[in-house]
Design a protein around this ligand. Structure first.
Ligand SMILES: *[C@@H]1O[C@H](CO)[C@@H](O)[C@H](O)[C@H]1NC(C)=O
Ligand SMILES: *[C@@H]1O[C@H](CO)[C@@H](O)[C@H](O)[C@H]1NC(C)=O
Ligand SMILES: *[C@@H]1O[C@H](CO)[C@@H](O)[C@H](O)[C@H]1NC(C)=O
Ligand SMILES: *[C@@H]1O[C@H](CO)[C@@H](O)[C@H](O)[C@H]1NC(C)=O
Ligand SMILES: *[C@@H]1O[C@H](CO)[C@@H](O)[C@H](O)[C@H]1NC(C)=O
Ligand SMILES: *[C@@H]1O[C@H](CO)[C@@H](O)[C@H](O)[C@H]1NC(C)=O
Ligand SMILES: *[C@@H]1O[C@H](CO)[C@@H](O)[C@H](O)[C@H]1NC(C)=O
Ligand SMILES: *[C@@H]1O[C@H](CO)[C@@H](O)[C@H](O)[C@H]1NC(C)=O
Ligand SMILES: *[C@@H]1O[C@H](CO)[C@@H](O)[C@H](O)[C@H]1NC(C)=O
Ligand SMILES: *[C@@H]1O[C@H](CO)[C@@H](O)[C@H](O)[C@H]1NC(C)=O
Length: 516
């Protein structure tokens, strides 16, 4: 569910507009590409600055548009890494249309593309299943609307239990939307995940930029319905969602002045709440005085009473409408009206409850700890704790509304580099396991970690003295420092600390012999 296909293979839309509007603002990333390219006046960037995992690959499929001809693929390696994230700079509180595009091209050697998950920040977005589209030689895209909570946003792909070969991605787009778009949605709690966006009675190529100022895709729908489509002359205005005028040039309608039934969207939907927007504009000769009026029902539940449709156009939207299974929209004209109802376009989004975010202070501290390592785990990008099943390797987090990092276990991960003093800002930590790595430098002051119980730094190359402040951590009950290159005196407050399991030898060169 919730994915749409786009025939990208041979027909890039040829657009020859005399007055092309300003291209939408945002970032277009051509995943797996090593050089930037310009497509219809818009620049696509190579992905190297946005992602630190995976391998760029070139597709061998002939006649591909440039954006689909490369992918980045992420080796599964027995699922030791949880997620693979692109991190994109954004304007904080900016509202973004995010679009991911996938075209498999056989890069994993298997005939069929892998099925996997996609994630935005700490929120599970959807399953990516491109099997059917790929079987028809088409790419797949997913679109969502999310508001940036910070200065970056992450979009990640991750293996799920169906994933049988390496996840991949072809393109990633971030387009800044105008403030009024979809503004009935509370974007601090929800994201929108596109289910369908169609221009009714239309059968041309997908309507997008420059017709759509934000490059949303309006797919053709309804050429096969028992309806007519006409070229119309309406002058619409005042739509907060700013749909392209082109969608008002065609319509679905009935020749009979009776109710019209529309089975749309076509897919059977999971039981959830949906944002629905339906667009109308009357093209009849209104000089006769009668305006078009009808009731709208969805699955036989009244959705809007006595809608008056004029040439200026009208949109009717529901911000949380429950749908499940197949959907039927009925447009019933007011009694006595001898013109049939009409509809021009519609959008349906699944309302996605946001998964939350790890406490920002912990995220910043953990980023700095990561920067201290020369070779941090490749999945240390995106949200450290969320979604729950996709936390960073070795990062354990608290439950509840305030999500904090409570333990770090990077035992035997082959880590080089040093232990950043910013680890002391992760004040919810109760355990740190960094044994059997290649860490050098000194042990930072960890005394702000008031809840720390267990500290394992054994079998590294740490040097300098044991910070005496470790003895001030009351909760500390296990301290392993053997096999480093530590020197100086062993602090007395550690040697004498009751209930502390202290292991500091062999392998260090202390001036005072440790207690035996
Ligand atoms: C893909 O093709 C480009 C241009 O032909 C080339 O520069 C790049 O090295 C290729 N990448 C791979 C992974 O083969
Ligand atoms: C993916 O989609 C195909 C075609 O619609 C379907 O047969 C298959 O069961 C789906 N796979 C998963 C794991 O959902
Ligand atoms: C949405 O935007 C329109 C146009 O800017 C504005 O009139 C309206 O009050 C906004 N609605 C909400 C809920 O913010
Ligand atoms: C469209 O309507 C405008 C006035 O609203 C009129 O000037 C124009 O001729 C009309 N165009 C067509 C093709 O009917
Ligand atoms: C959809 O889910 C809601 C609660 O989650 C439930 O009350 C309702 O009966 C479900 N509807 C269908 C058609 O399954
Ligand atoms: C439309 O809704 C109004 C108000 O509920 C009702 O009186 C009218 O009969 C309805 N019209 C049709 C055609 O169902
Ligand atoms: C830490 O990770 C190692 C390696 O994955 C594992 O063997 C060990 O049980 C973990 N320790 C704790 C306390 O979770
Ligand atoms: C981290 O801790 C240092 C002092 O150890 C402090 O100056 C800094 O403000 C802290 N950073 C955050 C993000 O809390
Ligand atoms: C350990 O780190 C040092 C530099 O800090 C590096 O030269 C060495 O190759 C590393 N050893 C391993 C096994 O990674
Ligand atoms: C231990 O530290 C000393 C200096 O403090 C240095 O000369 C030596 O190379 C270090 N040994 C290791 C194994 O890092």
């Amino acid at each position: 569910m919730a994915f749409l296909s786009l025939l990208f293979l041979f027909n890039l839309l040829s657009v020859a507009h005399s007055q092309t509007p300003q291209p939408p603002r945002g970032v277009l990333i051509d995943c797996g590409a090593t050089v930037s390219s310009v497509v219809e006046g818009r620049q696509w960037l190579p992905d190297a600055g946005f992602v630190f995992a995976g391998t760029p690959k070139n597709l061998t499929t002939a006649n591909l548009v440039p954006i689909l001809s490369t992918v980045r693929s992420f080796p599964l390696q027995g699922n030791i890494y949880r997620k693979f994230c692109y991190v994109v700079p954004v304007f904080r509180t900016g509202k973004y249309l995010i679009r991911t595009t996938y075209f498999y091209g056989g890069i994993n050697g298997k005939d069929s593309p892998p099925v996997f998950d996609q994630i935005v920040d700490g929120t599970f977005w959807s399953v990516v299943n491109t099997t059917e589209d790929y079987g028809q030689g088409m790419s797949s895209y997913y679109e969502g609307v999310f508001v940036a909570q910070g200065k970056t946003m992450s979009v990640c792909v991750a293996a799920n239990s169906y994933t049988d070969s390496d996840p991949f991605i072809s393109a990633l787009e971030f387009v800044l939307l105008g403030d009024s778009l979809y503004n009935s949605t509370d974007f601090s709690k929800y994201g929108l995940s596109l289910v369908a966006r169609h221009s009714f009675g239309y059968n041309g190529p997908i309507i997008r930029y420059p017709d759509d100022l934000f490059d949303r895709y309006w797919e053709p729908f309804g050429e096969h319905n028992p309806t007519i489509a006409g070229v119309r002359n309406v002058s619409v205005s005042g739509f907060w969602n700013l749909p392209p005028l082109k969608i008002f040039q065609t319509e679905l309608t009935t020749t009979l002045p009776g109710p019209m039934e529309l089975h749309w969207p076509l897919a059977s939907l999971p039981n959830s709440s949906y944002y629905i927007a339906l667009y109308f504009a009357d093209d009849h000769d209104t000089s006769l005085g009668s305006s078009m009026m009808f009731n709208i029902s969805i699955n036989d539940v009244i959705y809007y009473h006595d809608l008056s449709v004029t040439p200026a156009g009208v949109v009717v939207f529901a911000k949380q409408w429950p749908l499940s299974g197949l959907t039927k929209i009925t447009l019933a004209p007011a009694a006595g009206l001898n013109i049939g109802p009409l509809i021009n376009a519609g959008e349906v989004f699944d309302l996605l409850l946001l998964g939350g975010r790890t406490l920002t202070r912990d995220v910043i501290a953990l980023e700095r700890v990561k920067n201290g390592f020369q070779n941090p785990p490749i999945d240390w990008n995106g949200d450290p704790c969320l979604p729950r099943q996709y936390s960073w390797t070795g990062v354990m987090c608290s439950e509840g509304p305030r999500i904090r990092v409570v333990a770090l276990n990077l035992t035997s991960m082959g880590l080089s580099g040093s232990l950043s003093r910013n680890i002391a800002n992760l004040t919810a930590l109760t355990g740190i396991w960094l044994g059997n790595n290649n860490l050098s430098g000194s042990i930072p002051d960890l005394s702000p970690l008031k809840r720390l119980e267990i500290l394992h730094l054994e079998d590294n190359r740490l040097s300098g003295e044991i910070p005496p402040s470790l003895g001030n951590i009351e909760s500390l009950r296990e301290l392993f420092l053997k096999n480093n290159n530590l020197t100086g005196q062993v602090p007395n407050n550690l040697i004498g600390k009751p209930g502390l399991n202290l292991m500091i030898s062999p392998g260090n060169q202390f001036l005072s012999p440790p207690p035996s």
